[in-house]
Design a protein around this ligand. Structure first.
Ligand code: HEC
Length: 106
């Protein structure tokens, strides 16, 4: 019994950092509006981008590659890596084929 509790405690400790890596939808929305939308609003040269611009699989592939501006720079150069993770979570959660598609103000 004592061993079982120890194993459960160890499993909880291991699971905690994994959960943190998941990224925050709410923070991601904030960073997306604040930073990404500064360049990607409607009518801008960089073209409008919303969560609906891609499917969930396409956003995952885009962030896995981590490249921005047609490969000219890394997404990490736009935001800190943990903020990029949050933006990824927001975009994937609200992609065109997600259960909660979101235009993020157009
Ligand atoms: C300083 C301005 C700027 C910021 C900030 C910015 N982008 Fe971009 N983005 C661009 C430009 C310029 C392009 C290239 C547009 C083109 O020529 O088609 C681009 C292209 C893209 C593309 C199209 C594919 C590609 O990589 O060429 C996506 C998707 C994208 N950006 C997402 C984002 C996201 C997500 C963020 C926030 C984490 C972001 N951008 C922040 C300027 C910006």
């Amino acid at each position: 019994m004592r061993n079982t509790l120890l194993i459960l405690a160890a499993a909880a400790l291991l699971a905690a950092p994994l959960a943190a890596q998941g990224g925050s939808d709410t923070k991601g929305k904030f960073y997306f509006k604040k930073t990404c939308k500064a360049c990607h609003a409607p009518g801008t040269p960089a073209k409008e981008i919303t969560p609906l611009s891609k499917t969930q699989a396409q956003w995952k592939a885009y962030f896995a590659a981590g490249k921005h501006k047609k490969g000219a720079e890394k997404l990490d150069s736009v935001l800190k890596p943990e903020q990029v993770k949050d933006v990824q979570t927001f975009l994937v959660n609200h992609a065109s084929d997600s259960p909660q598609p979101e235009t993020c103000g157009g």
